[in-house]
Design a protein around this ligand. Structure first.
Ligand SMILES: Nc1ncnc2c1ncn2[C@@H]1O[C@H](COP(=O)(O)OP(=O)(O)OP(=O)(O)O)[C@@H](O)[C@H]1O
Ligand SMILES: [Mg+2]
Length: 257
């Protein structure tokens, strides 16, 4: 699969293969991810979307029986090189999961814990990071007067916004979102999509989604995967109006599951 376009790329995946024991899950993945845009990863359940996403910040490394071969470049840095500090990598490439994982501590602490881990201890600085991170995800106005209440008092949609704020507080370069809206109602989903659009001005965003509508309306670039391979990767408008591969067309029109 060849990508012919004129983007600046933030991430380059080069012949990436991943096995879970005998299961060959990612098969020779070559993919460039455009900088400061939203890339959607789509494809049927089990095709390897989450696994590929997790390879972008080395979240699969910790699993038993996993073998990973190939290269992933973040800018010029090979993130699988021996001398890479994985904690620092995950600060640069943050991840948000399907179910919001708000910690049972205050709203403030949920966000402040990330910069604190990275060495920020000055209260004024932490206050500023918390306020600006919450503002960037559109949650500040709703929580400004209850920062010290438990994060579990928030709605599920607000908790997901909080999780994104927590990632932002680490000042990442890339934000990975694995089906961030699948547990949310349509209004919360719309809020997250609006915020993603704002965030993409400053960050490279990669989102896994099962919703064709979400990919079509919220992303700039779309990658279609099938059985561990990338079938097609192109600007979103092109994918949804003139897919080049019949398998892509079958999937986006609902004829392939
Ligand atoms: N921790 C793991 N250990 C072993 N096999 C795994 C693990 N995680 C995923 N797999 C396998 O890897 C393959 C791809 O799974 P993955 O979760 O990446 O798919 P997906 O496209 O994200 O699916 P879904 O849309 O259902 O989330 C599947 O065959 C799955 O069983
Ligand atoms: Mg998945």
């Amino acid at each position: 699969m060849e990508q012919k376009d004129s983007y600046n790329y933030k991430i380059r995946v080069d012949n990436l293969n991943l096995h879970f024991a005998a299961n060959h899950v990612l098969k020779g993945i070559n993919l460039n991810i455009p900088e400061n845009l939203i890339t959607a990863l789509i494809g049927p359940s089990g095709c390897g979307k989450s696994t590929l996403l997790k390879c972008l910040n080395r979240m699969n490394d910790i699993l038993p029986d996993v073998r990973i071969k190939g290269r992933v470049l973040l800018g010029d840095e090979d993130i699988y090189a021996d001398d890479v500090d994985v904690t620092n990598l995950r600060k640069k490439v943050g991840m948000v999961f399907q179910r919001p994982v708000a910690f049972p501590i205050s709203i403030y602490e949920n966000v402040a814990s990330a910069p604190r881990v990275h060495g920020v201890s000055h209260k004024g600085t932490l206050d500023n990071i918390v306020a600006s991170s919450l503002a960037k995800v559109g949650l500040w106005d709703e929580v400004a007067d209850k920062l010290h209440k438990s994060a579990l008092t928030l709605s599920l949609g607000q908790q997901q916004q909080l999780c994104i704020a927590r990632v932002i507080a680490s000042e990442p370069e890339v934000i990975l979102l694995d089906e961030p809206c699948s547990a949310l109602d349509p209004i919360s989903t719309m809020k997250i999509e609006e915020r993603m659009r704002q965030l993409a001005k400053n960050y490279t965003v990669v989102i896994v989604t099962h919703s064709m509508q979400q990919a079509a309306r919220a992303s700039d670039y779309t990658v279609f995967m099938l059985s561990g391979e990338i079938i097609e990767a192109c600007p979103t408008g092109e994918m949804f109006t003139s897919p080049k591969d019949s398998r892509t067309e079958n999937y986006i029109t609902g004829r392939l599951f």
